[in-house]
Design a protein around this ligand. Structure first.
Ligand code: LLP
Length: 386
């Protein structure tokens, strides 16, 4: 089954471009709100890194989510879209001084701190402004997620976070500081996770660490479990809204929160992934030695996930109902890795046909580059076509 798209409207536009189905985005956000509100202590943040398109950010902010930012630029984008500073968290293994100062000036909710040297700089910069920064420590839980090696983050070998052995030492260091206030622990084990067992492993680890804190009579108000819930790239229409019910329930049943604690989530892909498609036109169909190529006007500069992670996005010919044939679907960029899919089954394809690369709402437009001096793709929402 193909997705439904306003093809008539597409004819007026220059390709390639991103197309966002805002009805699906709103449905996804409604589901998150409904499922999260079953638990009085859940706070959901949107991971801006997945897609910072201002039109999407506004819709997401309107739904009441907070924002998870990893750079000064993302903090600015979130504030511009109207996210209240009190709902912004700031993560990242290498925060520059100006980014920390910006976050202090906005008085954001919390810094997710990844090392002692970073903590020291935050203390210094906060002191200079006469402010106190709320901090959570990002602990590397050494839990492997069953996902692509490039997007696991919670293993001891990854650059992220503070090791569990160092946790007590870092907390002690923080207690002696005047301009930082230790309020919680932060975790993130990876992305595109579909096996709830991975989140259960994280819960078990957090339970152990909380026991350790309790033994030291240290109380914290906030646990942040990051993001990571995956989407169905193979069948974007089968369950376009991810199973937030099971995801939230997994944490509710496995994590032993202490009274008064808030549980924070930082969801990116699961919020925006399925609502976006990269729309492209076929430039040429070229006969190869033992195969045929469909050469698109979109390339790896517009959607880098297949080249970078061997990610598979469903490809559909929106203009054709002709009998199916097999194609290698490639872009125009001068790199042999500029391939969207090999041996892809498409309805008989010709020059000018519209091709959709589905499930591209997350880490698509935002990761686009202008390599080969190509123009960055524009993003349109379905609202604009009514
Ligand atoms: N929180 C932290 C600390 C993160 O590092 C990430 C993603 C998230 C939350 C959001 O994770 P999500 O819910 O989207 O899985 N470019 C890659 C994905 C990189 C993910 C980086 N961190 C891709 O295209 O698959």
């Amino acid at each position: 089954m193909k997705g439904t798209f306003p093809l008539q409207q597409f004819h007026k536009l220059r390709t390639p471009f991103y197309y966002y189905d805002t009805a699906l985005l709103r449905q996804t956000l409604d589901t998150i709100r409904t499922e999260a509100s079953r638990y009085e202590n859940y706070a959901v943040h949107y991971a801006v890194k997945a897609n910072a398109n201002p039109k999407l950010l506004t819709i997401i902010r309107e739904s009441g989510l907070g924002a998870d930012c990893v750079s000064g630029g993302e903090i600015r984008a979130a504030v511009k879209a109207g996210f209240p500073a009190g709902k912004i968290v700031f993560a990242g293994v290498g925060k520059a001084d100006w980014e920390i100062e910006l976050a202090l000036d906005y008085d954001i909710f919390c810094f997710n701190v990844e090392s002692v040297p970073e903590l020291e700089v935050i203390e210094q910069l906060a002191a200079a402004k006469g402010k106190t920064a709320r901090v959570a420590f990002r602990i590397n839980p050494d839990v492997g997620a069953h996902t692509h090696a490039n997007i696991t983050t919670g293993l001891a070998e990854n650059k992220f976070g503070i090791s569990m052995q160092d946790m007590d030492r870092v907390i002690d260091r923080c207690m002696g500081m005047e301009h930082v206030q230790f309020i919680g622990l932060h975790f993130h084990i990876g992305s595109q996770i579909l096996d709830m067992g991975d989140f259960v492993a994280l819960c078990n680890r957090i339970n152990e660490l909380q026991d350790r804190l309790e033994a030291r009579h240290i109380r914290i108000g906030h646990i942040n479990v990051g993001g990571g819930l995956g989407i169905d790239y193979g069948h974007p229409n089968r369950q376009p809204v991810p199973d937030f019910k099971t995801y939230f329930a997994t944490y509710a049943s496995r994590l032993r929160l202490r009274p008064g604690q808030t549980l924070h989530f930082e969801l990116g892909r699961s919020v925006v992934g399925q609502c976006g498609s990269l729309i492209s036109r076929v430039l040429y169909v070229k006969q190869g030695v033992n195969k045929q190529f469909a050469i698109l006007d979109a390339g790896m500069t517009d959607l880098i996930r297949p080249a970078l992670y061997q990610a598979v996005h469903k490809i559909e010919n929106l203009s054709s109902e002709a009998p199916t044939e097999t194609y290698d679907v490639v872009g125009p960029v001068c790199e042999s890795s500029d391939v969207f899919g090999k041996g892809v089954t498409l309805n008989g394809t010709k020059r000018g046909d519209f091709i959709a690369l589905r499930s591209a709402g997350a880490y698509g437009e935002i990761m686009a580059s202008s390599y080969n001096c190509r123009e960055l793709p524009k993003g349109y929402t379905s609202d604009e076509f009514i």
